[in-house]
Each structure stands twice: as structure tokens, then as C-alpha cells.
Design a protein around this ligand. Structure first.
Ligand SMILES: [Zn+2]
Length: 179
């Protein structure tokens, strides 16, 4: 189980990197206003991988230039790490067991020069232990309050029974986990 789950996450990570294959490793292919979410649900565990453009999340894509911007970025990172934005069904009995959040492109740079076309984004991996993860029939993505500029989230999911994709938006946040 663990091995399979890890494998799927690795495949997605490689797939995301593939989009950048022709370019540098900095995030350069995301679309502002959007985010991508991959969810794997198994009987005993779940993993969610989020990738959101800086513009969608905090309204800028560079090192913070003020305490206000720094605070906005820190608050968003905390909100993502807390996993409060991803609602899994109570029946699945999932508890967050770990989270990892990074913010490539937001680092302080020695020069204030900015290169056209550079992007920054927030990436997060959330891991859960579940009592009955395979029973989950839907989830909901409540990322639109911490991320005011976010318009849509493209969700891809896998359960023991099926897999699929959906796009959620502010007014339609639920994803049915059925083909
Ligand atoms: Zn960008």
C-alpha cells in the first residue's frame, strides 16, 4: 500500500516536472488564478499534493517586500499546512499525519533585478492516516478563502475503486469520487 501510494505521488511529481523539462526548474508553467490538486485515497492512508500559483495564493510572485507581504505568505503557508482547506468525508476516518510546504520562487534574491517570466508558487504534500479511506465518496476543496485570487482548482484523484478528474470553483467545491 505504502509503496504504491509513494509511487503514484512520485509519478505525479515527475509529470509536473515534465512540463518544465524544456526550461529551468523554477515554476514556469502554472496558470495564474488556478491550482492543481492530486489526491490518492487508500484504505489506510491518503496523500494530497497541491500546487498553486503565487498570484492565486497571495497576489505576488517574488520575495516579499514588506512585513504585510511576508505575513500574507506565512499565513497562507500555515493555512495550507493545517489541511483545513481539504475536507474528506468523516466516514473515511482520515487524520493528518504530516505536511510539507515549500514556496519555490519566493526566496530572497541578492539582486532586486527581476527576470521577465519568472514565477513563484506554493507546493504542499499532506499525508493522512485513514481508518477507511477507500470508502470516501466525495471531498471538497475550501481553498478560496485563504487564496482570494484563486478561480479554479483542477483535481485529479485515485481511490481503490476508481480514478478521475474534476474542476472545482468558488461556487462548486465538491468532487464526487466516482467515475
Ligand atoms: Zn506565475
Amino acid at each position: 500500500m505504502r509503496r504504491q501510494l509513494g509511487f503514484l505521488v512520485a509519478v505525479w511529481a515527475a509529470s509536473a516536472a515534465g512540463h518544465d523539462a524544456q526550461r529551468r526548474q523554477t515554476p514556469s508553467t502554472h496558470v495564474h488564478g488556478t491550482a492543481e490538486l492530486h489526491v490518492v485515497l487508500e484504505e489506510t492512508g491518503a496523500t494530497a499534493v497541491l500546487r498553486i500559483a503565487g498570484m492565486s495564493a497571495v497576489g505576488f510572485e517574488r520575495a516579499p517586500r514588506s512585513d504585510a507581504e511576508r505575513g500574507r505568505l506565512d499565513r497562507f503557508r500555515s493555512a495550507v499546512a493545517s489541511a483545513g482547506w481539504l475536507a474528506l468525508p468523516a466516514a473515511a476516518g482520515c487524520q493528518l499525519s504530516g505536511s510539507n510546504v515549500s514556496a519555490p520562487g519566493f526566496e530572497e534574491t541578492p539582486s532586486h533585478e527581476e527576470t521577465a517570466g519568472e514565477h513563484a508558487e506554493i507546493r504542499a504534500t499532506l499525508r493522512y492516516r485513514c481508518a477507511n479511506g477507500g470508502s470516501a465518496s466525495e471531498l471538497s476543496v475550501n481553498l478560496f478563502e485563504p487564496a482570494h485570487e484563486l478561480q479554479t482548482v483542477r483535481v485529479e484523484w485515485i481511490t481503490p475503486l476508481s480514478q478521475g478528474g474534476a474542476v472545482v470553483e468558488r461556487k462548486q467545491r465538491r468532487v464526487r469520487l466516482a467515475p
